[in-house]
Design a protein around this ligand. Structure first.
Ligand SMILES: CC(=O)SCCNC(=O)CCNC(=O)[C@H](O)C(C)(C)COP(=O)(O)OP(=O)(O)OC[C@H]1O[C@@H](n2cnc3c(N)ncnc32)[C@H](O)[C@@H]1OP(=O)(O)O
Ligand SMILES: CC(C)C(=O)C(=O)O
Length: 452
């Protein structure tokens, strides 16, 4: 039997090369596949910089402030607040932080700059007087195409550019006791690993990274080009080979061009990354930065404390939507309007049985339902953990069955039907939903039930 009748497509796939012919991945004896995620990395939201630079209408001061306050309230302890040399708004926002107590003392403020002296000067000027810990974050693209096409520099010239930027930072901010440094070799994931290593080691040597004043090395997948295992190999290679490893905070910054930003971040942490930069709900250039909400709640759903508070996720979502002026997708993990909802019959049946088992187990153990282990089928987390209720967990349309119909009547009106009644009512509901093509409300189901 010829079960596979696929034909070659007319897509010009020959125009693209796989990642292995674009960059060497030298790791052998990788250890990340057998590691586990057991604690949260340091999260660093970059919404006010990387997210903001991707908005059609960048945030005005009010939106920036609102977003910042939300990030603080959620529990983030290191926040990239802008690119102060890029716009007056960004500069003024850092000055606002310096002149107010908007940033609690335990929050580190990160400011971002290219490796150009005038930009570094303006950046350092913006943080003068800030009482918080500050990170000055310097970046330069390092991958071959960027070197050749964008910056017009070979490896040696690029190294000179980066080290000159690092010297500027050191000269202008090195004596500020509350300031630490971060370097990002932009497009790290397409940079020759040996060159990335050489450059990062030169940077940490110049900045004299020490355990007391560690340097953040942030290794971005600026444009995601490979399956996440490749990024994990690249990160583990750096983790194992970097000089002064105990004086380096190894950070990652995945984007989501292939839709695998979350997987890249998770595997990168297995591979040795200690810090993750991203944006709430995945805003950012093109397809966005890695989504910090999904990452945190993935940990929560595995029994690991995410170290940030999403117990009222709708409030967070509202602020982010208003500040970014971009809606969160209804299927967005954990936070979308539809992600705790089942329309389909067998799923509804399982959820209903799962809820009944949950209630019975809580009663048998004499413990609150919110405290006992969660194992309701098809619901990876208890919606109540995120501030939700159970109202929308089951919605009924032509894809539903008797379990869903019964659940609706039970949860909305406390009406419990016999199995025969459920079967009969489900048939009438099915006729209605097939005829209209619509969903039915609990009130409509009740009307059909009472009409008999
Ligand atoms: C992956 C990322 O997210 S990186 C961050 C990107 N974010 C932003 O660009 C947002 C803010 N940017 C800006 O406001 C502006 O680009 C500025 C203020 C930084 C610079 O503006 P301009 O001086 O007008 O230059 P322009 O925007 O055209 O930048 C390109 C120039 O910077 C150079 N350049 C680019 N990256 C770097 C870098 N990391 N370090 C040093 N120079 C750089 C380019 O080679 C080019 O130089 P050239 O004009 O001599 O060819
Ligand atoms: C320069 C870094 C931090 C970045 O924003 C990216 O590579 O996407």
């Amino acid at each position: 039997m010829n079960w596979n009748r696929q034909q070659p497509s007319p897509m010009p796939s020959h125009r693209y090369r796989d990642v292995f012919s674009r960059v060497d991945v030298p790791l052998t004896g990788r250890t990340w596949p057998s590691r586990r995620l057991e604690q949260a990395p340091l999260w660093v939201p970059v919404d006010l910089r990387d997210g903001n630079q991707a908005l059609a209408e960048p945030m005005d001061p009010l939106r920036k402030r609102r977003f910042f306050e939300q990030l603080v309230a959620t529990g983030y302890k290191e926040i990239e607040v802008g690119y102060p040399s890029a716009s007056q708004t960004d500069h003024d926002f850092v000055r606002l932080l310096a002149g107010s107590d908007l940033a609690p003392p335990d929050v580190t403020v990160v400011v971002f700059t290219a490796a150009r002296r005038d930009l570094v000067e303006r950046t350092v000027e913006s943080v003068r007087g800030l009482r918080n810990d500050v990170v000055v974050h310097l970046y330069t693209a390092t991958a071959p195409v960027w070197r050749d096409v964008v910056l017009g520099r070979d490896r040696a010239e690029l190294t000179d550019l980066v080290l000159a930027g690092c010297r500027d930072v050191l000269e202008l901010a090195g004596d500020l006791p509350n300031v630490r440094f971060e370097f990002s070799p932009e497009v790290f994931n397409l940079t020759e690993p040996g060159f990335a290593l050489e450059l990062c080691d030169a940077v940490t040597a110049l900045w004299e990274a020490s355990p007391d004043r560690p340097v953040i090395l942030n290794l971005p997948a600026t444009v995601e080009v490979a399956t996440p295992n490749v990024y994990a190999d690249q990160i583990e290679f750096m983790h194992r080979n970097l000089d002064r490893r105990d004086s380096v905070v190894l950070s990652v910054h995945p984007h989501n061009d292939r839709g695998t930003g979350v997987a890249c971040a998770e595997l990168a942490v297995l591979a040795g990354a200690q810090r993750v930069e991203g944006c709430l709900f995945g805003n950012g250039e093109r397809t966005g930065n890695v989504d910090l909400v999904t990452l945190a709640l993935n940990l929560h759903a595995q029994g690991v404390d995410p170290m940030v508070d999403f117990s009222r996720i709708d409030d967070v979502r509202r602020v982010v939507e208003e500040c970014n002026r971009i809606p969160v997708h209804p299927r967005h993990p954990y936070a979308g309007d539809l992600v705790h909802t089942a329309f389909s019959g067998t799923h509804q049946d399982a959820i209903r049985k799962g809820f009944a088992e949950h209630r019975a187990r809580a009663a048998a153990q004499g413990r609150p339902e919110r405290e006992i282990a969660w194992r309701v089928p098809y619901l990876p987390v208890d919606p109540a953990d995120l501030g939700g209720d159970y109202e929308a967990v089951v919605r009924v349309n032509s894809q539903s069955g008797k379990g869903g119909v019964a659940h609706l009547l039970e949860s909305a009106y406390g009406i419990e039907l016999t199995r025969a009644e459920q079967v009969a009512l489900a048939r009438r509901v099915q006729e209605r939903t097939d005829a209209t093509g619509r969903e039915v409300s609990a009130a409509e189901v009740l009307a059909l039930h009472t009409a008999g």
